[in-house]
Design a protein around this ligand. Structure first.
Ligand code: ADP
Ligand code: MG
Length: 506
């Protein structure tokens, strides 16, 4: 199978998302599609998948022009897509999800044949090494397994070309390694793959070919053997980039955040944070490393007023703020970048401008009494968009239509500006491109140097290593290691994350 895009141009009101794009992929190839947030990668793939219609250009399948009116047409032609945000129905089993829209029936009454479908799933799982229990409820599956179910869903529909839109953005390091293996195996089995990712290491490991998009245009094509990460980063952003943050030695001063005997329950009532004690000082960055799901979410929520602790005391600049509501904490100088940007960070249908004052809209400067100062809100958003390089047609655009990375920049812009005393940032750069990551990291260091205490929670080892003055490794609700200075090292953190106690860490 060979799929070609020729001269594709796709416009949205105010933006040309794709301009005159030529691209092709054949069976057995892994084509990596790179580009900054907002470069037009998802849009291009949505055109190929029949979700969007291009204003210009054509799609050829084995040399023949084809038109896809909808994803159903693309699927019928053997093109499957796994989206950036998963689309499975949480309350259905894997089997039910895979049958949805593709029902296997038997008998004259067309009864659903769950057994036949289950067998097919088991066979596909085995053939492509995609372990998934067909009878598990999707909502109970870890993210990595949900994603395997999404891939299975495309294979279940006989996709010959699989489009994976940032599949590793939400995965743990070991899930990423597994997925890389799956991608290579699929290509070896003769599938064509288009892989969108920001992780340059991953591209170097699995791609057979690399195409780079910048502001909607293809600016270059290369192969892993002819390039390196530095060069790829420069192709993406169009100028030289530094892949490491400049950071001087920390100068920790007074204690800002103090946590004493904190325990927190998760949604199911289990103890997710188990009797934690720690401090974060002004002028230092404490990074919490760990595989997701080890209590980090509950810890952050309890520190930000979103979850009531079971026991323990939290103080901010000496004041007891245990269980204080978010509004009070923001007044005391907390900035919080939540891990779930879509649900906790933004109101998608609201304009960018309103999202930038989501927790300060009633503060002096943006309102007098009950009356909003629209000009001030607008000016604030224009200034922040420029400063944080938020790519949006205007500050009146609904935030939910921005690309994932630009949505994150809206949140970061808002929260960083009022993190006067304490910044709590959970997965602050998840899904962002190298240029944006570098920028956000530099800002986090600047916030530290301005005298705030910084708590970064990250499942990304590179991020922890780039930012941390101290590293706490979290496992099953506890800190299993606290590393400082020379003891902060990839290997030690990795081992602790995987649940191995090391001599080093004691
Ligand atoms: P990427 O996937 O490379 O991060 P996208 O394809 O999501 O980028 O976005 C490319 C551009 O098109 C961005 O400027 C984005 O704001 C815009 N865009 C994407 N989808 C829509 C939409 N449904 N409506 C309006 N603008 C959109
Ligand atoms: Mg995208």
């Amino acid at each position: 199978m060979k799929v070609e895009l020729r001269g594709i141009t796709k416009r949205f009101p105010g933006v040309t998302a794709n301009e005159d794009v030529d691209l092709s992929v054949s069976s057995g190839e892994v084509l990596a599609l790179l580009g900054e947030n907002g470069a037009g990668k998802s849009t291009l793939m949505n055109v190929l998948y029949g979700l969007y219609h291009a204003e210009e250009g054509e799609i050829l399948l084995d040399g023949e022009p084809v038109t896809f009116e909808s994803p159903a047409d693309a699927l019928a032609a053997g093109i499957g897509m796994v989206h950036q945000h998963f689309m499975l129905v949480p309350v259905f089993t894997v089997n039910e999800n895979l049958m949805l829209g593709n029902e296997v029936t038997r008998g004259p009454l067309g009864k659903l044949d769950f057994e036949a479908s289950r067998e097919r799933i088991v066979e596909l799982s085995r053939r492509y090494n995609l372990a998934v229990d067909p009878d598990a409820l999707v909502e109970n599956l870890p993210v990595g397994v949900q994603q395997r179910a999404e891939i299975l869903k495309a294979l279940y529909r006989d996709a010959d070309l699989l489009i994976l839109d940032e599949p590793t953005a939400v995965l743990t390091p070991s899930e990423v390694t597994e997925l890389e293996g799956i991608i290579s195996a699929l290509a070896e089995a003769g599938k064509a793959i288009i892989l969108i990712t920001h992780k340059l290491g991953e591209v170097m490991r699995v791609a057979s070919r690399i195409a780079v998009l910048r502001r909607g245009r293809v600016v270059g094509e290369t192969r892993p053997e002819d390039t390196d990460e530095q060069h790829l980063a420069e192709m993406m952003v169009g100028h030289a980039v530094k892949l490491v943050v400049d950071k001087t030695e920390a100068a920790p001063a007074e204690v800002v955040l103090s946590v004493d005997g904190l325990s927190v329950r998760d949604d199911r009532g289990f103890v997710a944070v188990d009797d934690l004690d720690f401090e974060v000082r002004s002028g230092e960055i404490l990074a919490i490393a760990g595989v997701q799901g080890n209590g980090q979410t509950e810890l952050v929520e309890s520190l930000c007023g979103l979850r009531t602790p079971l026991t323990g005391v939290v103080t901010l600049d000496g004041a007891d703020v245990t269980g204080a509501p978010p509004g009070d904490l923001f007044r005391l100088g907390l900035g919080h970048v939540p891990e779930d940007r879509q649900n906790d960070g933004l109101v998608g249908p609201f304009p960018v401008a309103d999202n930038m004052v989501l927790n300060t809209f009633n503060w002096e400067g943006f309102a007098s009494g009950p009356v909003r100062d629209r000009d001030a809100v607008h000016d604030n958003a224009t200034r922040l968009s420029e400063e944080f390089d938020v790519r949006t047609p205007s500050v009146d655009t609904p935030a939910g239509t921005l690309s994932g990375g630009n949505q994150q920049k809206v949140i970061v812009a808002r929260e960083f500006t009022h993190a006067q005393r304490l910044l709590i940032a959970a997965q602050p750069t998840r899904g962002l491109d190298v240029g944006s990551i570098q920028y956000i990291h530099a800002r986090i260091v600047a916030i530290r140097d301005a005298g705030a205490a910084v708590l970064v929670v990250s499942a990304e080892l590179d991020e922890v290593l780039a930012l941390a003055d101290r590293v706490a490794v979290m496992s099953e609700g506890r800190f299993v290691g606290m590393l400082e200075g020379d003891r902060i090292d990839r290997n030690t953190i990795g081992l602790l994350m995987a649940g191995h106690a090391t001599e080093e860490a004691r």
